[in-house]
Design a protein around this ligand. Structure first.
Ligand code: FUB
Length: 344
């Protein structure tokens, strides 16, 4: 299937990486794909991009999404099934607009959809909605998760019953406005309230979830990302500092924390020995894609790791994206082979 698969040699010297580089869904726009295996099926929880004609700016106002759909696949090569709308902004009492990148988790036969949205004060919070099925529909809690803020929740299950939420995003994701522990905004500019370039970069956050999966069991902690010199990465280091799109996976006992560098458009990763970090920066796992944003998830399906990501192949517009998937390789030395997406 030549149109579907393209190869590109990885400069690190591993075998060629295969690109299933056709959009997984063509009937609507999808982005920020969080993929999981529940039971023996793949479930994908993406953002649902729409054209709302909102002005494009660096706060991400043009990402004006209103609902979520869930998708499933029997196997990596199977047809993608759309399970329809599972949650809309009008269903969520506290949310006003901008339903951004979601994630999901399963615990004891219940499924939890985690999602960021702006509240009535235009402050991003993280909400949770519950279902007895991975395909919803999901019933939202009346309030956001107490103590939650900013965007891009990613919930990682460690061992049998420890669940950690990672989250955050700077600029439009507002993480820079929470540096004092409360929301503090000196201006509406997405560049205000950032540290100076020589200061440590803003850290994404992590908190363990309570057994109820709808609250944090601890005060959120900083996810510290260090350079090879053991020093925290600096705010001015836009090639490596955290921007948004946190994800966690574990391979052979090592925790891999991956994220987007935002304005340098890469997905990079850092490794550590604990789900709390600190993590040491390692390198790029996905080079820039077509479109401004880069956002991914990493999931193991029957002994093969896959990267889910998005680009703008179908629309050519940054806010109208389409999700894709491709195999991901861990090299023998623990590094991840860089994926160079094939753009059309
Ligand atoms: O989809 C809206 C936002 O764009 C996400 O929350 C970010 O990660 C970026 O992909």
């Amino acid at each position: 299937d030549e149109a579907k698969a393209k190869t590109k040699t990885n400069p690190a010297g591993s075998s060629p990486l295969i690109f299933l580089n056709e959009p997984l869904i063509k009937s609507t726009f999808t982005a920020d794909p969080s993929a999981h295996v529940f039971g023996d099926k793949i479930y994908i929880y993406p953002s649902h991009d729409v054209e709302s004609h909102a002005v494009e700016d660096d706060t991400g106002g043009h990402f004006n999404m209103e609902d979520y759909h869930v998708y499933s696949m029997e196997s990596p090569d199977a047809e993608v099934i759309d399970h329809g709308k599972v949650l809309g902004v009008a269903d969520v009492p506290w949310a006003k607009r901008q339903m951004w990148a979601p994630d999901a988790a399963e615990r004891a036969g219940k499924y939890y959809l985690y999602f960021p949205a702006k509240d009535t004060a235009d402050i991003f919070r993280i909400g949770v909605a519950v279902s007895t099925s991975p395909t919803g529909p999901f019933k939202p809690m009346d309030e956001p998760i107490p103590g939650s803020f900013s965007i891009d929740p990613a919930v990682y299950k460690d061992n049998a019953s420890d669940y950690y939420m990672y989250w955050g995003g700077i600029w439009g994701g507002q993480l820079q406005k929470w540096r004092t522990g409360v929301y503090h905004s000196t201006s509406d500019s997405p560049y205000a309230d950032e540290p100076a370039g020589h200061e440590p970069a803003i850290s994404p956050k992590v908190a363990k979830l309570s057994e109820d999966m709808t609250t944090f069991s601890e005060t959120p902690r900083d996810v510290v990302i260090l350079g090879a010199d053991g020093e925290p990465i600096k705010a001015g280091d836009h090639e490596r500092r955290f921007f948004e799109a946190a994800w966690m996976h574990k391979h052979e006992g090592t925790y891999y924390f991956s994220y987007s560098t935002g304005d340098t458009h890469k997905i990079v990763y850092a490794t550590g020995d604990s789900p709390y970090g600190p993590f040491t920066y390692k390198g790029v796992l996905l080079a820039p894609v077509q479109g401004w944003t880069n956002h991914h998830s990493i999931v193991k399906v029957r002994n093969q790791w896959y990267l889910f990501y998005h680009d703008t192949q179908l629309s050519g517009k940054t806010h109208l994206r389409n999700i894709k998937m491709t195999p991901l390789e861990h090299l023998d030395n623990g590094d991840i082979a860089t994926i160079y997406p094939v753009s059309h």
